[in-house]
Design a binder for this molecule. Structure first.
Ligand SMILES: NC(=O)c1ccc[n+]([C@@H]2O[C@H](COP(=O)([O-])OP(=O)(O)OC[C@H]3O[C@@H](n4cnc5c(N)ncnc54)[C@H](OP(=O)(O)O)[C@@H]3O)[C@@H](O)[C@H]2O)c1
Length: 340
């Protein structure tokens, strides 16, 4: 199947990554149309050597579209995704709008590609931190079911969009010049700092980002009983989310066995040799498709526990790449159109 593809949010960080990933993976495209807000109407973007004019997103944008890739925030998705689906497009949505809707599949192809066929026009792409964690944990869960996860994240500013990338650059220069910083995107200075606040605080004391990691992990892995506690932290890194993950399994598991299983797992690369300081780092993971795992060791605090360090490019596997992989699976398996 050759597809007419629409990208909504094409001028954004994830939208730009969509364009790159579609080309790099030779996605079977007949045409690509680019949409954003009225602010970008008429702007020229390049898909390879081809200049394409960005248009304002309207209800008519989805006529004759097979695949609509959305990355323009929850409000836009809540309004336009049902319109696109009704027009016959398969929507793959990067926002949080539809992820926990029981009628909408939430998919990481390495884990639950089969769920794609249950779609009714919309498939949700999970939160970036959740995606890389389940890619690393699901291969182990399959052989030794996970009972509990405690995770701390170190999330790059690109996870907040292009304005946050600019804010980190500007603040870094100002601090180095000894000048005052006035934060705009985040509640506090992000340069040379860490902020344990991603998305809004909930009554429980957790943030919504932390709750996403709990709920989405359970939905993707079809494991509603896993106990999960997350602490999500924004760090002054441009691209690449990192995670320290403590996992409690049903049975004891040796670090060497975990390394062997992960070395063969799809989408995973093990980088784990402390003797030569080999471990995953966001700087090295940026612009790459894999989820990197290292520092795998027995959890000194639990006889059935492992600890590991998981790093991936949040704009690629955490957003655009995972969404394009969902679309690829749908095309390959003949699931673009509704099965019911
Ligand atoms: N960055 C990540 O790592 C990441 C990961 C997973 C999911 N996501 C999700 O992906 C979405 C976009 O993220 P981003 O990082 O690409 O943000 P971004 O760089 O700020 O880009 C936002 C995009 O949304 C478009 N947009 C805003 N309002 C719109 C409207 N009313 N109608 C149509 N388009 C509109 C913008 O168009 P204009 O240029 O015209 O304003 C721009 O193309 C968010 O939902 C985010 O939660 C991001």
């Amino acid at each position: 199947m050759q597809c007419n593809v629409a990208i909504v949010g094409a001028t954004g960080l994830v939208g730009q990554e969509f364009i790159k990933v579609l080309q790099q993976r030779n996605f079977p495209v007949t045409s690509i149309s680019l949409y954003a807000s009225d602010r970008s109407d008429g702007k020229k973007l390049y898909v390879g050597h081809q200049a394409i004019i960005v248009k304002e997103t309207t209800p008519e944008s989805f006529d004759n579209v097979d695949i609509a890739l959305f990355s323009a925030g929850s409000e836009v998705s809540r309004y336009f995704a049902p319109i696109a689906a009704k027009a016959g497009a398969l929507v793959v949505d990067n926002s949080a709008a539809w992820r926990m809707d029981p009628k909408v599949p939430l998919v990481v192809p390495e884990v639950n590609a089969e769920d794609i066929k249950l779609h009714d026009g919309i498939i949700a792409n999970p939160n970036c931190s959740t995606i890389q964690m389940v890619v690393a944990l699901y291969p182990l869960h399959k052989v030794n079911p996970i009972k509990r996860i405690v995770v701390s994240t170190y999330q790059a500013v690109s996870g907040t969009g292009s304005a946050a990338m600019e804010e980190l650059t500007t603040q870094t220069k100002l601090v180095l010049e000894g000048q005052n910083v006035v934060p705009h995107v985040y509640p506090h200075q992000i340069a040379f700092n860490l902020l344990p606040e991603i998305d809004v605080f909930l009554d429980s004391g957790y943030t919504r980002e932390e709750l996403k990691m709990v709920e989405e992990t359970r939905k993707i892995m079809h494991a509603p009983d896993i106990a999960i506690s997350a602490t999500c932290v924004r760090v002054p890194v441009f691209i690449g989310h990192s995670e320290a993950v403590n996992v409690e399994f049903t049975d004891p598991i040796a670090p060497d066995d975990a390394r062997r299983i992960l070395a063969e797992a799809p989408g995973v690369k093990v980088l784990d040799d402390p003797s030569v300081s080999l471990y995953p780092q966001p700087w090295l993971a940026a612009n790459s498709d894999d989820t990197y795992v290292g520092r795998i060791r027995a959890d000194a605090s639990h006889p059935r526990g492992l600890v590991m360090w998981v790093v991936s490019d949040n704009l690629r596997k955490g957003a655009a790449l995972n969404a394009v992989q969902i679309a690829e699976e749908a095309v390959k398996r003949g699931w673009v159109n509704r099965q019911k």
